[in-house]
Design a protein around this ligand. Structure first.
Ligand code: NAD
Length: 245
């Protein structure tokens, strides 16, 4: 479904991002994953190689627009074009407002929103040069309903939806589609790090009767990145088993 395309996936070293790297590679894309540090990038590339999947990786500072632009230039030199960006790196929060510090709130907005803006701003000129592209963002089901603690996380994901819908309209004339996937509770380290007492009752309320798997989200990204979604832009696609937290 992605033969000949070049895809960059941030937060590609584990969880949803890593599963999306695998699926895109198996569907013919050249994939470049971004991680936060050398060790985790090297480990992911080694594991993928053992699975027969050759992928490139970088660890640019997502808070630094110039650094991101330089890495995009390298990718363009290697492959000739950049077709797909998935802004997937993210962190969550679950503390009540009294325990949330000003820095906690700023940190979550910095990665989930500002870094997404930086990577998007850095890739758009390359996509315009190509005559088009696809930008996909990882939102969350909490971007629709909020959540009862950890306000920085839903606040950041509401902003992700705002970036997605607005840039879809701004970039459509340049043939760049912008969509988001809004996963429900998905079986990754992010959920493993939350208290069991918080997560287990939530899983019981999911109408489809199970936690989401990273592959459920990766499949949605594959569809949205492919030409099957060529008339879809500005959408927030829920992949949550009809969960409402
Ligand atoms: P994860 O913790 O397994 O993966 C997070 C990824 O983000 C990792 O690859 C990590 O390297 C990267 N990352 C974290 N901090 C970074 C930094 N400072 N710089 C660069 N990269 C950084 O979690 P996941 O569940 O795979 O999360 C991926 C995305 O899915 C996130 O945006 C998250 O908000 C979203 N999401 C997850 C769930 C869930 O239940 N797991 C639900 C909804 C949305």
């Amino acid at each position: 479904m992605l033969e000949g395309r070049v895809a960059i996936i941030t937060g590609g070293t584990r969880g949803i991002g890593l599963e999306t790297v695998r699926l895109f590679k198996k569907n013919g894309a050249d994939v470049v994953l971004f991680g936060s540090k050398k060790e985790t990038v090297d480990k992911a590339l080694k594991n993928l190689k053992e699975e027969g999947l050759i992928v490139k990786g970088y660890y640019p500072n997502l808070y630094n627009y110039e650094e991101l632009t330089n890495v995009m230039k390298k990718i363009k030199r290697n492959y000739g074009h950049i077709d797909i960006l998935i802004n997937n790196a993210g962190i969550s929060a679950n503390k009540k407002i009294e325990e949330t510090t000003v820095d906690d709130f700023a940190n979550i907005m910095d990665l989930n929103v500002n870094a997404m803006f930086n990577a998007t701003k850095a890739v758009v000129p390359f996509m315009k040069e190509n005559g088009g592209g696809v930008i996909l963002n990882t939102s969350s089901m909490v971007s629709i309903y909020g959540q009862p603690s950890g306000v920085g996380y839903p606040a950041s994901k509401f902003a992700v939806n705002g970036l997605t819908k607005s840039l879809a309209r701004e970039l459509a004339p340049s043939n760049i589609r912008v969509n988001a996937v809004a996963p429900g509770i998905t079986n990754t380290d992010m959920v493993a790090n939350l208290p069991k007492e918080m997560i287990e009752p939530l899983i019981k309320t999911i109408p489809l009767g199970r936690i989401g798997q990273p592959s459920d989200v990766a499949n949605a990204f594959l569809f949205l990145a492919s030409d099957m979604a060529s008339y879809i832009t500005g959408e927030i696609l829920s992949v949550d088993g009809a969960a409402r937290c």
